[in-house]
Ligand binder design. Structure first.
Ligand SMILES: Nc1nc2c(c(=O)[nH]1)N[C@H]1C(S)=C(S)[C@@H](COP(=O)(O)OP(=O)(O)OC[C@H]3O[C@@H](n4cnc5c(=O)[nH]c(N)nc54)[C@H](O)[C@@H]3O)O[C@H]1N2
Ligand SMILES: Nc1nc2c(c(=O)[nH]1)N[C@H]1C(S)=C(S)[C@@H](COP(=O)(O)OP(=O)(O)OC[C@H]3O[C@@H](n4cnc5c(=O)[nH]c(N)nc54)[C@H](O)[C@@H]3O)O[C@H]1N2
Ligand code: SF4
Ligand SMILES: [Mo]
Length: 698
């Protein structure tokens, strides 16, 4: 059993935010009797004493509010989707799970157990330990990255041989240019936006259809048309080639395939690229020259690859970086994600893929709704660390699949989300404030302790303990399914070479890298099969893709249609915090942001109720105006809870789930919709109970 320590009055605990966020902020939890306050750690190099607004609100609100949290196991009493439950003991709830899951295992049908998970928490144990259970029973995994960033991973792996070994952010003040391409740090990485980007001494360039706050603060903003990134990369390559700024050593000795790209590069003049992308030719010229001259850091955002040809766009951008020598010299590099391996941490220590009886079966998130709707394909579903009803495409079809009476559904959650409402059994998870773990930022190369500060509500336990108990209920006795937390945490840290165990990390707080930052691919050696950067890729070709990237740009939406972009909201973390009443004050109704010209042409104005609709679904929204949004685009932030809206839907009601060109991943920024006036305003359900806030763990 996990024991959750109780703190004496008047203590402070130093811990770390484990949300799916670049920043991995340091936190101080002040505990005084039943009063708890969660605040930024003034000593932390990233958060510098501040949490983002959304976490500051939620961690002092619903996360401490026992009436808002799930605190006891639940068993369904009404129709699926209605959220009707009674409380149960752990024994009864686990027995119920065993009744449904054990026969599947006995019949050798472990693969009929489907599980979906993502980054509800990115701490290493709570994010990874449940995988041991699923590996051991041979379950089918919904490939987690396919809802987020798989296209980019696949594409970068073809070119560079890795997508998780990015530049070291400490180069920031030595780079001549810093390019943020298809990311919005001002929302998705607020402290990195505020502090890290400000340390840039070179030119800052943002490439994004939206003029968000990071674009606003940049020296140059290329407001390209959505879906024209590959064409732009070729245009920038053209300028570098034309002006003799390519790295000939890299092209001749450390990469493959340049001659195959050259015809498309030669043709991509600034004038042609301007037509393809909507970016003025003189800016293409200027950015092409600056970037190539370098040294340049290139942050490839996850938003950029979330489009139908996202894989091709990433390969083209990576080719630009490689060919200009901007991955092989100091203060240059590409960043997509920095995996824990950059710190010597081996995630397999936690997840133990070796426990699987054979290859791990998997499907894409883009196929989840169809898979659930197919009778007999899967008999059981486990959802943990995600909220698929709010976050996945094909919202309506997904609900139909989840509503199947013959599908046994176990949900492991902190809150009663839309997804939880479909479950047969709900097991309450403890939050990061309530157990020890490790957080390895996916931006900087730090390692941070997550330290238990308050007791979990009721009988909630961390994910890892949930799955230890489930293993026991199923009679699974492999020691790896019952290993306690602490030895695993210590083993993870042993790989870091920092000489720390968990106790000393907890005492030290965040530790950063000590060696000076190194070149991303020193000596021009890339971890691809050829040892070179593969601008032309036989592996890609064998997988059915073109050998080389090409200057693709999406056609403009058909007449009267809008391209819906639904990126990160500054007020929510995906759908996490969609239940925080404080967020409602800033955004009481679901909104669509339009360019004033676009709105005027359609005869709608600020505050008007409208509907976005397409063959997949219909979303009621209120019009907001901003000239930071281009024409032909509808901006709707992601992450509202469908069950809180009067309409019962969020933006994913519009998403048909078209897979990307690579990785069968999400192309959610490529959704098209039409717009019509609505008679009723979009608004929150009026009968939503107002949770009490910040009552402490008592
Ligand atoms: N329209 C649109 N949709 C999108 C996107 C988009 O850009 N536009 N982005 C996509 C992307 S990038 C992503 S990553 C996905 C994210 O989608 P999801 O992975 O579904 O993320 P959340 O919606 O935040 O759900 C995480 C859940 O985990 C729970 N949780 C937090 N901590 C714990 C814990 O310790 N244990 C357990 N068991 N649960 C915990 C939270 O309460 C929350 O309900 O959404 C995708 N959906
Ligand atoms: N506050 C907050 N922070 C978050 C999250 C959150 O939901 N809220 N989610 C977390 C998660 S899971 C993720 S994956 C990251 C995501 O964070 P980001 O990597 O920033 O991704 P997005 O927010 O999806 O989109 C970023 C930008 O991509 C742009 N974009 C859309 N289409 C195109 C295109 O065709 N070309 C180009 N160049 N740009 C395009 C959008 O306009 C947007 O400004 O943020 C993490 N941090
Ligand atoms: S979500 Fe990001 S910015 Fe907010 S507190 Fe957590 S790590 Fe910091
Ligand atoms: Mo994501």
């Amino acid at each position: 059993m996990a024991s959750v320590p109780t703190r004496d009055a008047g203590t402070t605990v130093r811990t770390t935010c484990p949300r799916d966020c670049y920043d991995a902020c340091g936190i101080i939890v002040h505990v005084d009797g039943t009063k708890v306050r969660v605040a930024g750690d003034p000593q932390h190099p990233v958060s510098r004493g501040h949490l983002c607004g959304k976490c500051s609100s939620a961690y002092n609100g619903p996360w401490l509010d026992r009436s808002a949290r799930l605190s006891e196991p639940l068993i369904r009493t009404g129709p699926k989707g209605k959220g009707s439950f009674r409380t149960a003991t752990w024994d009864e709830a686990l027995d119920r799970c065993a009744t449904h899951l054990r026969p599947l295992l006995d019949a050798g049908h472990g693969s009929k157990i489907l599980h979906t998970h993502y980054t509800g928490t990115v701490s290493l144990l709570a994010g990874g330990y449940p995988m041991r259970f699923f590996h051991a029973v041979g379950a089918t995994e919904v490939d987690p990255d396919t809802v987020c960033n798989k296209a980019g991973h696949v594409a970068l792996d073809y070119v560079l041989g890795t997508s998780t070994w990015g530049f070291d952010p400490r180069w920031i003040d030595q780079a001549a240019t810093v390019v943020v391409w298809g990311a919005n740090p001002s929302a998705a990485a607020p402290h990195t936006h505020r502090h890290w980007l400000r340390r840039a001494t070179g030119t800052t360039i943002v490439i994004d259809p939206l003029r968000h706050a990071t674009a606003e603060a940049a020296d140059i903003h290329l407001a390209l048309r959505p879906g024209s990134d590959a064409a732009l990369a070729f245009g920038l390559l053209h300028v570098a080639w034309r002006d003799g700024l390519l790295d000939t050593d890299v092209l001749e000795h450390h990469s493959t395939g340049w001659p195959e790209l050259l015809p498309d590069v030669e043709a991509a003049t600034p004038a042609i690229t301007s037509e393809r992308t909507g970016v003025p030719a003189e800016l293409i010229d200027e950015v092409g020259r600056r970037y190539a001259a370098g040294p340049s850091l290139l942050w490839l955002g996850q938003g950029m690859q979330r489009q139908p040809m996202g894989g091709n766009a990433f390969r083209a951008a990576a080719a630009l970086a490689v060919a200009t020598g901007n991955t092989t010299r100091p203060a240059s590099g590409i960043y997509y994600l920095n995996g824990a391996e950059t710190r010597g941490i081996d995630g397999d220590v936690v997840t133990r893929p070796d426990l699987a009886p054979g290859p791990i079966p998997s499907i894409s998130h883009m196929d989840l709704a169809a898979a659930l709707a197919t009778p007999d394909r899967f008999a059981a579903l486990v959802t943990w660390n995600n909220n698929i009803v709010a976050s996945n495409p094909q919202q309506e079809a997904l609900r139909a699949g989840l509503g199947r009476e013959d599908l046994f559904h176990l949900a492991v959650e902190l809150f009663a989300t839309d997804t939880v409402d479909y479950a047969d059994v709900v097991l309450p998870a403890a939050s990061f404030l309530e157990f020890d773990d490790i957080v390895a930022s996916y931006f900087d190369w730090s390692v941070s302790p997550q330290v238990a500060a308050v007791p979990a509500p009721g009988s909630a336990v961390p994910n890892q303990e949930v799955f230890r108990r489930l293993a026991s209920a199923l009679g699974l006795d492999h020691p790896a399914l019952h290993e306690p937390d602490r030895p695993i945490l210590d083993r993870l840290l042993a790989g870091c070479g920092s000489g720390l165990d968990f106790a000393s990390l907890a005492a030290a707080g965040t530790v950063g890298p000590v060696d000076p930052p190194s070149v991303q691919f020193p000596g021009g050696r890339f971890p691809t099969p050829s040892g070179r950067a593969e601008l032309a890729s036989g592996r890609a070709e064998a997988d059915g893709h073109p050998r080389t990237p090409f200057p693709h740009f999406d056609e403009a939406p058909p007449d009267g249609w809008l391209r819906v972009l639904s990126p990160a909201s500054p007020r929510r973390m995906n759908s996490t915090y969609g239940n925080d009443p404080l967020g409602d004050r800033a955004e009481p109704a679901p909104e669509v942001w339009l360019h004033p010209g676009e709105a005027a042409a359609r005869g709608v104005g600020e505050g008007d109720p409208v509907e976005l609709y397409n063959p997949t679904g219909c979303l009621p929204v209120t019009v907001r105006l901003s000239d930071g949004v281009p024409t032909s685009v509808a901006l709707v932030y992601k992450g509202r809870w469908p069950k809180r809206e009067r309409s019962g839907v969020n933006v994913n009601i519009l998403n048909p789930g078209v897979p990307t060109d690579m990785g069968e991943s999400s192309s959610v920024h490529g959704v098209h919709a039409q717009l019509r006036p609505a008679s009723e305003p979009s608004e929150l359900r009026r009968d939503w109970p107002e949770p009490t806030s910040g009552t402490g763990p008592g």
